[in-house]
Design a protein around this ligand. Structure first.
Ligand code: GLN
Length: 408
């Protein structure tokens, strides 16, 4: 049988194909020369499967889509404290290239606007790195997210550098506030090289899937950045990734996302999928027109909104019954599915409310597929308290979902 997903993607592209609204970005001359008809969409699953339609192998520059990834690298390299001291996490509600900083501190409001991204670039790698080595670190990092070596589009880079007055103005302002400590021209040059990295829609989907897969590239298996870093990056994408339309996006589409002026757009749905689209014509906010339409379709057709309340999961307590009789009787709690806080609370309640009178209590975890940290701790505490009350507690855990300690 042929997979249904490529056919769905073909249909989704066909639905938006005729929309020629929007404009190519023209403040970088080389970008204005792009082919506006290009159109692509790719889904990358967290186990590394790619589904694509349209011009999935056309190369274009990553532009602002590099920002969340460089932010991830800076957090990983310099640590949260150092990065947060210099760049905030508040949505600005302003255009990406707005010349504005936080009033009291002079910090850029967030890492997705240019002021924040220029600062973030300066924080990647160790403080001792030369400007060239820092750029190399950024390109290596972007490549690790994509799972293949990426390169810089030199013509695009030169074209943007010649017209970088606004980014230079921002960098000088950052330098005057002491947020940047290096030569502003050198930092802007590095930032523009970062923006000029060439990618395909496939690459972008894989990069997004690496975020969706808690920082592990689904194909290479590389842990590119830490899990805590990924949570931070996805949160900032969700609140600031679409600049002054972040609120619209959060309500309509509801997928942590980032756009770039070359027409790329990524979305990362935690634990599920990385999505990328490419279509160069932009709306007034600098976001791809057809990319937004595609994401709106994907979100509503497939229920991808992160705030979508999941269908009530099957009850975690599959059975609560007595096995055997007399002195050998055991109370058996059969658990099932994925257990997080709410599921663990149901288990605690079931145990407390049914107050087992049998000495032996068995928790059967054979059908439990996963249990998160909080739920595991709660279950351990239940076991501990039952033992304090004189119960003999056994845990049937063939897949070791509880970890070694409790099984012993
Ligand atoms: N390199 C571009 C700039 O700094 C990136 C902007 C974007 O993609 N929104 O202006």
């Amino acid at each position: 049988m042929k997979s249904i997903i490529p056919d769905y993607l073909d249909e989704a592209l066909a639905r938006v194909a005729s929309d020629a609204s929007g404009q190519l970005a023209d403040y970088i001359p080389e970008l204005a020369a792009a082919d506006p008809t290009r159109l692509a969409a790719v889904f990358a699953t967290t186990d590394g499967r790619l589904y694509g339609a349209g011009d999935v192998d056309t190369e274009f520059t990553i532009q602002s889509i590099s920002k969340p990834f460089a932010y991830a690298m800076a957090l990983d390299d310099a640590g949260f404290e150092a990065v947060l001291a210099k760049v905030g996490v508040e949505p600005s509600g302003e255009a990406f290239n707005q010349i504005s900083l936080e009033r009291d501190t002079g910090r850029p409001l967030n890492p997705m606007i240019n002021a924040g991204a220029i600062t973030v670039h300066s924080l990647v790698g160790s403080m001792q790195l030369t400007a060239a080595d820092r750029v190399a670190r950024v390109i290596d990092g972007l490549s690790a997210f994509a799972g293949r070596p990426l390169g810089v589009d030199e013509a695009m880079c030169a074209s943007e550098m010649e017209n970088a007055h606004r980014n230079l103005a921002i960098a000088h302002m950052l330098r005057s506030h002491g947020v940047l400590t290096e030569d502003p021209t050198v930092v802007v040059d590095g930032y523009i090289r970062q923006c000029s990295v060439r990618v395909t829609t496939r690459d972008l989907a894989m990069m997004a899937a690496t975020l969706a897969n808690h920082g592990v590239n689904p194909v290479t298996g590389d842990q590119v950045v830490g899990e805590r870093v990924v949570r931070q990056v996805l949160s900032v994408m969700a609140t600031c990734g679409m600049y002054d339309t972040a609120g619209d996006w959060a309500t309509q589409v509801g997928i942590p996302a980032k756009s770039g002026v070359a027409g790329g757009l990524i979305g990362a749905l935690p634990g599920q999928v990385g999505i990328a689209t490419f279509s160069p014509r932009l709306d007034a906010h600098g976001n791809s027109v057809r990319g937004i339409s595609l994401f709106e379709q994907f979100s509503s057709d497939m229920g991808l909104h992160v705030m979508e309340v999941p269908a009530t999961t099957r009850t975690v307590v599959r059975a609560n019954r007595t096995r055997g009789s007399g002195a050998g009787a055991a109370r058996v709690f059969e658990l099932q599915g994925g257990i997080r806080f709410a599921g663990a609370e149901r288990i605690v309640r079931e145990v407390v409310d049914s107050a087992p009178s049998e000495t032996r209590v068995v928790f059967d975890l054979t059908l439990v597929s996963s249990i998160d940290d909080v739920a595991r701790r709660m279950l351990r505490e239940v076991v501990y308290r039952l033992r304090l009350d004189g119960h003999h507690v056994e845990i049937a855990d063939p897949d070791s979902v509880m970890g070694a300690r409790v099984r012993a």
